[in-house]
Design a protein around this ligand. Structure first.
Ligand code: F42
Length: 332
C-alpha cells in the first residue's frame, strides 16, 4: 500500500516541528523526513526530540550528505537514534545542496563515488561491522567501527535528481527520493532508477519509490497555489533550461526569476511565477486537484508520496486536510 511521508525544514524552533510531527503521526502519515542544511536547526537534534514525542512514525534525515557530515558520523547518529526509536529509523542521503555547501567552500568531489562509499560505510558501521576502505573519496583504516550498533537494519534512501545518481539509487538504495512533483518528471526519473535496479539484478519493485514533492493544499485552490509560489520560484531558478523547456516553459523566464532572487527582489521574482510553473513543479490546489495528480503518480510506480514544503499556507490545517481527506482515499 502506498505510504505517506511528510518533509519538515527545521527553520523554526524545535517544538513547532515536534507539534506538526505529532499531528502527522496521529493522522496516519508513515514517514517523517527532516531536511539537512547547516544553516537550519540541526537535523539529529530535531530528529531525537521528535522521536521521543512520537511512537509509530518512521523518521530520518531527508537528506543528509557525505560532504558536510562524514558517513561514520551519520552512522553513529542514526544508530543512536535507533535506540530512541527502535525499528523506526530511515536515512536519506544525497550529494548535498550546492548553494548551501558553497558558503562553506565545500566542493562536492566525485558525488557518485562519495554516495556509493558513504552508503557502504553507513551500512557496515550501523550493523556493528568494521570496514577498511580505500575509496576515491573516503579512506577508513582497518578496525574502523562503532562501539555499538543500530537496533535494527536502517533502510537507506538516495535523494537524487541527475540521471547517474538516479541509477545509483536503483542499484544500491533501499529507496529513492525523487525531487519532483509532475508525473512527467517522475516517469523520466524512473527510467534511470529502473536501469540501475536491473544492473544489480533487482527491479523497481524492490525499492520504495518516493516522489518528494512540493505540496500545497487548501479548500480554496487559489490560496493553495499562491502559497506554493515562493517554493516554485526557487525551483524554477535552480532548474536547468532543459528541464524548463521539457515543461514548455521559457528558459528566459527562469533567468529573470533567478536574477531577481539573487538581488533579493523577492516580490519581483514571485510575481513572475506563472500557473504553468506551479503546475509543473508542485502538487497544489484543492484536495481533489491534489488527489488527481497523486493518482497519476501512483500509476507510474510511486510507492511513497512525500508532502513537502510549503504543505500549505496554514501548515496545521493542510496536514489535517491531507490526513483526513487525502490519505483515506489512497489507503481505503
Ligand atoms: N540537499 C540538501 O543539502 N539537504 C536536503 O535536506 C535535501 C533534501 C533532498 C530531498 C530529496 C532530494 O531528491 C534531494 C534533496 N536534496 C537535499 C538535494 C540533494 O542533496 C542534491 O543536491 C540533488 O539531488 C542534486 O544532486 P544530483 O542527485 O543531481 O547529483 C548531482 C551531484 C549530479 O550532478 N549528478 C550527476 C548525475 O547525472 O546524476 C552526476 C555527476 C557526475 O557524474 N559526477 C562525476 C562523478 O564521478 O561523480 C564527476 C564529478 C567531479 O567531481 O568532477
Amino acid at each position: 500500500m502506498v505510504k505517506f511521508g511528510i518533509e519538515f525544514v527545521p527553520n523554526d524552533v524545535y517544538w513547532k516541528t515536534v507539534w506538526y510531527a505529532i499531528q502527522a503521526e496521529d493522522l496516519g502519515f508513515d514517514n517523517l523526513w527532516i531536511t539537512d542544511h547547516f544553516n537550519n536547526r540541526n537535523v539529529y537534534t530535531t530528529l531525537a526530540v521528535t522521536a521521543s514525542f512520537t511512537e509509530r512514525i518512521s523518521l530520518g534525515p531527508g537528506v543528509t550528505n557525505p560532504y558536510l557530515i562524514h558517513p561514520a558520523v551519520t552512522a553513529q547518529a542514526i544508530a543512536s537514534l535507533s535506540e530512541i526509536a527502535p525499528g523506526r529509523v530511515v536515512c536519506g542521503i544525497g550529494a548535498g545542496d550546492r548553494t548551501t555547501l558553497q558558503y562553506l567552500n565545500i566542493y562536492q568531489k566525485e558525488p557518485l563515488a562519495a554516495i556509493r562509499e558513504a552508503i557502504a560505510i553507513i551500512r557496515a558501521l550501523t550493523s556493528g561491522t568494521s570496514l577498511e576502505l580505500k575509496g576515491k573519496v573516503f579512506d577508513l583504516s582497518k578496525g574502523a567501527k562503532l562501539n555499538f550498533k543500530a537496533l535494527n537494519p536502517i533502510p537507506i534512501y538516495i535523494g537524487a535528481q541527475g540521471s547517474k545518481m538516479l541509477m545509483l539509487a536503483g542499484e544500491i538504495g533501499d529507496g529513492v527520493l525523487i525531487n519532483a512533483s509532475s508525473p512527467k518528471d517522475v516517469e523520466e526519473a524512473l527510467l534511470h532508477v529502473r536501469a540501475g535496479a536491473l544492473k544489480s539484478g533487482r527491479s523497481l519493485e524492490d525499492l520504495d519509490v518516493a516522489a518528494y514533492t512540493s505540496f500545497s493544499v487548501a479548500e480554496d485552490g487559489k490560496q493553495a497555489k499562491s502559497a506554493a509560489i515562493p517554493v516554485v520560484a526557487f525551483i524554477v531558478a535552480g532548474c536547468p533550461s532543459r528541464v524548463l523547456e521539457h515543461h514548455g516553459l521559457s528558459p528566459q523566464d527562469g533567468d529573470l526569476i533567478r536574477s531577481f532572487l539573487s538581488q533579493g527582489k523577492f516580490k519581483d521574482a514571485f510575481s513572475r511565477v506563472t500557473d504553468e510553473m506551479i503546475e509543473a513543479f508542485s502538487i497544489s490546489g484543492t484536495p481533489e486537484e491534489c488527489i488527481e495528480k497523486m493518482e497519476r503518480l501512483l500509476r507510474i510506480g510511486v510507492t511513497q508520496f512525500v508532502v513537502g514544503s510549503p504543505i500549505g499556507r496554514n501548515v496545521r490545517r493542510a496536514i489535517e486536510i491531507v490526513g483526513k481527506e487525502i490519505i483515506p482515499r489512497f489507503k481505503a
